[in-house]
Design a protein around this ligand. Structure first.
Ligand code: 6PG
Length: 471
């Protein structure tokens, strides 16, 4: 291979980066690879690369020299300062028209900032969400790129070849201008948090409520994954329950400390939902539960101090398991509804002009929230692109309503047993609020007007009114 013959370059040879380089090369593209620590690059070249069309740059100059012009480079480095650091280093080596693609989980406001900064230097920038973990990067992830349409077209064939495919459709689409891609990825992760929390709440109901063991749980979740609940997260959950611990011989899940970590993308989703005044209570509850899980010691003390009901379920167990399944499915629908309603709103607020059918289409494969349900979601947006909420789609509404009574029952059981199920409960509250033509917010308005003269509107006459309530 001669210099300047690489179709694309990638900076950051962690597992994701290495796998994505191999993936692109396996689809016939010539790829330049670079990592700040040269040792990592050497190991990669000596190991997995083999005879693939991959070239290493051992310093940034050499790396940039390997790229066809106009150049295109994907960054797979940690979100935050490392992205700015790499951009700073590339600046003196890049020429007008070259393209930098940030494929990390960058906050969308950082993407906007970098986009503007680089535009002044006549460099192109794309923020691209990538989902599917290490395996996805290697075998086909879901890719969520945003930026200029014509710049997407430049790298589109590479991304479309490397992405996951569902029924021949690549799980990648140009999503919109500026930070549209990173915004969609952020909301993907918010939905991911919501779905994960819902699943773990069902696990808790079965574990503490019914006393089921991982061996008993595995076939339940596996069976669920074979039907309408079919999804990546249920598939891995069923597998997790079968895994034994090498050290103790017990089920590994039982040996894992109950403190959930987070890198922030779920919290960003809740933040921005609040900013845009879109309710995402299932996702919010999921973030709160990750936070609460971190207070292990405090919870251990509180467990001795704050007594609650005992966790013994006395009802019909097979029926309850079926009800939990239905509650989970209804709640999954509501979680996607909340995330996509946020995207609908953000699309207007940030002029992303998102095509939500395309979003649902590229989430059907490769990503963490892939699920059979996304096919119905896609159909819903195809029929009505401006759908304000998925619960207003006749088919999805029917699917929710058919399971609503079971969700109510499960929430009641959780409350009765004293088992925390805030995401399931928030989902039910969301549904009941959304379908309420009349909410008690009239009283909030009265209170605001009472203590702050904030005024209120009336049902019978237009205008703003104030009452001297104490007089
Ligand atoms: C994905 C994942 C990926 C990552 C999360 C984990 O789509 O492939 O969402 O981006 O695993 O960032 O996030 P937390 O560490 O916050 O759970």
């Amino acid at each position: 291979m001669t210099s300047q013959d690489c179709d694309i370059g990638l900076i950051g040879l962690g597992t994701m980066g290495r796998n994505f380089v191999l993936n692109m090369a396996d689809h016939g593209f010539t790829v330049a690879a670079y990592n700040r620590t040269t040792e990592k690059t050497r190991d990669f070249m000596a190991g997995e690369v083999g005879s693939r069309p991959i070239k290493a740059g051992y310093d940034l100059n050499e790396f940039v020299g390997l790229l066809k012009k106009p150049r295109a480079v994907i960054l797979l480095v940690a979100a935050g300062d490392p992205v700015d650091a790499v951009i700073r280093e590339l600046l003196p080596l890049f020429e007008p028209g070259d393209l930098i693609i940030d494929a990390g989980n960058s906050h969308f406001t950082d993407t906007n900032r970098r986009f503007k900064f680089l535009a002044v230097k006549k460099l192109h920038y794309m923020g691209m969400g990538i989902s599917g973990g290490e395996e996805g990067a290697r075998r086909g992830p879901s890719l969520m790129p945003g930026g200029h349409r014509d710049i997407y077209d430049r790298v589109g064939p590479i991304l479309e070849a490397a992405a996951a495919h569902v029924n021949g459709d690549p799980c990648v689409a140009y999503l919109g201008p500026g930070s549209a891609g990173h915004y969609v990825k952020m909301v993907h992760n918010g939905i991911e948090y919501g779905l994960m929390e819902l699943i773990v709440e069902t696990y808790d109901l079965f574990k503490r409520g019914l006393g089921l063991t991982p061996a008993e749980l595995a076939p339940i979740y596996d069976a669920w994954n074979q039907a309408e609940l079919n999804s990546f997260l249920l598939e891995i959950t069923a597998k997790i329950f079968t895994r034994k611990d090498d050290r103790t011989g017990r089920f590994l899940v039982d040996m894992i400390l109950d403190k959930a970590k987070q890198k922030g993308t779920g919290m960003w989703t809740s933040w921005d939902a609040m900013d845009l005044q879109v309710g995402t209570p299932t996702i919010d509850a999921a973030v709160v539960m990750r936070d609460l899980s971190g207070y292990k010691e405090e919870r251990q003390n509180a467990a001795k101090f704050l007594a609650g009901p005992t966790y013994t379920f006395e009802g019909d167990r097979p029926r309850f398991i079926e009800q939990v399944k239905n509650a989970l499915y209804a709640s999954m629908i509501a979680t996607y509804s909340q995330g996509l309603a946020l995207l609908q709103r953000a699309s207007l607020a940030y002029t992303y002009n998102l095509d939500l059918e395309a979003v649902a289409r590229i989430w059907r494969g490769g990503c963490i929230i892939r699920a059979t349900l996304l096919e119905d979601i896609r159909t819903a947006y195809k029929a009505r692109p401006d759908l304000p909420n998925l619960l207003m789609d006749p088919h999805l509404a029917q699917a929710f309503l058919a399971r609503e009574a079971d969700l109510r029952q499960v929430v009641q059981v959780a409350a009765g047993l004293g088992l925390p199920a805030p995401a399931l409960m928030a989902t039910l509250g969301y549904f009941d609020a959304y379908r309420s033509a009349v909410l008690p917010a009239n009283l909030i308005q009265a209170q605001r007007d009472f203590f702050g003269a904030h005024q209120y509107e009336r049902l019978d006459t237009p205008g703003s009114f104030h009452t001297e309530w104490d007089k």
